[in-house]
Design a protein around this ligand. Structure first.
Ligand code: HEC
Ligand code: HEC
Ligand code: HEC
Ligand code: HEC
Ligand code: HEC
Length: 499
């Protein structure tokens, strides 16, 4: 039996096809195992190595497997003998025994194939598993996904795999995503993709299957206090506070309606928008108890015909479109970093200088990063010579922090700059975020609007105040200053720290 195996190997290795086959299979197998050990032991973490391990070696392995029988066939043709004869050469020519042994060879081949198949299944399961990891999605096509990877790592979902939100459950979704992935590989290879990558992501799974696995509507109740600190551009970077008490209730039947009312299981809001970004709303419909819909229409777009497949039922992502890929606006980026202590507010004019450093417009990232360091150091050396020596460490660490902030938000290779992806949470500008629907332009046939009273969604407990809580008693008071503030049109960027 062993001799037969040897005969087989000898026969296969007579010509180059078979030889190549044997070399390819065994070498790819050994390499794969070696790399796998290296990866498991933590020596290799690079996504490219993983990509090669899981895609290249199994491919080579299969090519080798195909070459081996071809090599054998060639050898057999060359000698003019049958396979059985060849396997039994120089050794027991007895027909009947050969037959039995011949079938043994057959069994060995089957056995070996089985081993190979198991190996392949394990390898491809590994491949899939690996391709589903956030590291693969985020780094395999480096420059393309770099913005998503950078924002993801700093988001509350940094521990949630990309596929949890981007790939559906079940075989259909899996195959779909792999086919789609293939298309993405092609489009990256031939540079066919749009920059920046457009949203919405049409293959995004319905939020009920993703977000609601971890955050379900019943979990939203009560009020969420949020203080937004805004540092003035004076020498002390004086803080000013706006504090909102956000009414995040889902509002079970009979209870008060809050911000998450839209996604309570008994409610349905659907809408049609002018463009894919869903910023200009054509109409909004609200499902009534009797199953009919009450429609609020924008008179400007009354004549627009909406196709059924363009209608969207509102879910989490219509507000939390930046749940994970959170881009900041430059004001918010500076404020958040001072608030959290990453940047010291003791440095004179730091809010202003940091803002200026982040908003320089240069096309080249390296130049911008160098500029941040140069400008900040220069400013303190020229205007605060003593302090620039004494606080050198603080200045250096501020520069590092600002560079990180720049790298997170600005991606010239994908045409992403401040404000490229805006969050739908909040309402900077008169017609944005919640105010896409909650405004006085959309009206039902009786002329009613969707509520946009300042206290429907939040109480304002401080507005641009010296103290975080100004109006503890008048919970629902809203100052004229706040109303005026809203009249300022949107000036680029997202809401600070929104999600
Ligand atoms: C918590 C859920 C979640 C996770 C985790 C997640 N995403 Fe997303 N992703 C979203 C949502 C929501 C959108 C915006 C969808 C929309 O507006 O249609 C999005 C959009 C995108 C886009 C389109 C560009 C954009 O910013 O709108 C890309 C590309 C993307 N995600 C890639 C990734 C990659 C790569 C990872 C892992 C490193 C990842 N996502 C992890 C939810 C998620
Ligand atoms: C696998 C579980 C998981 C999935 C799926 C998931 N999240 Fe989260 N989400 C989390 C965790 C964990 C946090 C962090 C909680 C914390 O920091 O307290 C979080 C935080 C958040 C926050 C920030 C809360 C805050 O206090 O700032 C928002 C908003 C959010 N998720 C929305 C979404 C949306 C929208 C989706 C779907 C696109 C989604 N999540 C999908 C687990 C998940
Ligand atoms: C109508 C818009 C809207 C919809 C739809 C919506 N949210 Fe929210 N969500 C908000 C706003 C506004 C806040 C409060 C803002 C903040 O936390 O900064 C919020 C807060 C949250 C928080 C933080 C709550 C906390 O207690 O800190 C989570 C988590 C969250 N939403 C997840 C979801 C998920 C999951 C869905 C879908 C099932 C969803 N949201 C649907 C607007 C919405
Ligand atoms: C696609 C349109 C749309 C968007 C976007 C939208 N809403 Fe709504 N919202 C509605 C409709 C429709 C109603 C029901 C109005 C009614 O009952 O008269 C509603 C009701 C509400 C209610 C209950 C109001 C009440 O009358 O008691 C709150 C609170 C609310 N929305 C908050 C928000 C917040 C916060 C945002 C932004 C983060 C937002 N909505 C974005 C369509 C929208
Ligand atoms: C449909 C719901 C809704 C209505 C109506 C509404 N707001 Fe808001 N408002 C929000 C949400 C959501 C945020 C963002 C909270 C966050 O940043 O997480 C916000 C944020 C704000 C902020 C803080 C902005 C910042 O970044 O500094 C102010 C100030 C404000 N609202 C004032 C008002 C005033 C004044 C009115 C009445 C004209 C009003 N809002 C009506 C939902 C609403």
């Amino acid at each position: 039996m062993f001799i037969r195996y040897l005969n087989f190997v000898r026969g296969v290795s007579v010509n180059w096809v078979g030889k190549l086959g044997v070399i390819l299979t065994s070498s790819s197998f050994i390499t794969f195992i070696a790399l796998e050990i290296a990866r498991l032991s933590g020596m290799l973490t690079n996504a490219y190595v993983g990509l090669i391990t899981y895609m290249l070696f199994p491919t080579i392995f299969v090519i080798g497997l195909i070459l081996i029988p071809i090599g054998w066939f060639k050898y057999q043709k060359g000698t003019g003998k049958s396979s059985r004869e060849l396997l039994n050469e120089r050794f027991n020519p007895d027909e009947s025994r050969a037959e039995i042994l011949g079938s043994k060879v057959f069994r060995i081949v089957i056995l070996l194939t089985l081993v190979n198949v198991i190996f392949m299944i394990a390898a491809s399961a590994q491949t899939m598993h690996f391709m589903d990891s956030a590291r693969f999605c985020g780094t395999a096509c480096h420059s393309v996904m770099n913005p998503e990877w950078a924002t993801y790592q700093e988001s509350p979902h940094a521990r949630v795999a990309c596929v949890e939100c981007h790939v559906g459950e079940g075989v259909d979704a899996l195959i779909n995503s792999k086919l789609n992935g293939l298309y993405q590989v092609l489009s990256v290879t031939f540079n066919l993709y749009e920059k920046p990558i457009p949203t919405p992501v049409h293959q995004l799974r319905p939020a009920r299957e993703t977000c609601e696995k971890c955050h379900w509507p019943q979990k939203f109740y009560g009020q969420k206090i949020k203080t937004i600190t805004h540092y003035q551009h004076d020498e002390n970077s004086t803080p000013r506070y706006t504090t909102l008490s956000l009414k995040i209730d889902t509002g079970p039947p009979g209870k008060r309606k809050g911000i998450h009312w839209h996604i309570a299981s008994e409610n349905e809001v659907r809408y049609a928008s002018l463009e894919d970004r869903r910023e200009e709303i054509i109409w909004v419909e609200l499902k009534q108890v009797d199953g009919s819909y009450r429609r609020f229409t924008n008179p400007e777009y009354e004549s627009i015909e909406v196709q059924p497949n363009e209608i969207r039922i509102m879910d989490c992502v219509d507000c939390h479109n930046r749940a994970t890929h959170i881009y900041e606006d430059p004001v918010g980026a500076v404020n958040d970093r001072i608030s959290s202590g990453l940047i010291s507010e003791k440095l004179p004019y730091i809010a202003r200088e940091a803002y200026d450093a982040l908003t320089v417009s240069v096309a080249d990232t390296q130049m911008a990063l160098d500029g941040i360091g140069y400008n900040l150091r220069n400013f303190y050396e020229e205007n605060y010579r003593l302090l620039s020596k004494r606080e050198e460490k603080k200045i250096d660490s501020t520069i590092m922090v600002l560079r990180d902030a720049y790298r997170r938000n600005i991606h010239p290779e994908m045409n992403i700059t401040w404000g490229s992806y805006r969050s739908h949470i909040g309402h900077k500008g008169s017609n944005f975020g919640c105010f896409r629907c909650h405004n006085s332009r959309l009206a039902d046939r009786y002329g009613n609007h969707i509520s946009n009273d300042c206290t429907v969604c939040h109480s304002i407990m401080a507005f641009d105040s010296e103290k975080p809580f100004e109006y503890l008693t008048g919970i629902d008071s809203t100052t004229n200053a706040a109303r005026d503030y809203l009249k300022d049109e949107f000036t680029g960027g997202n809401q600070a720290g929104s999600n």
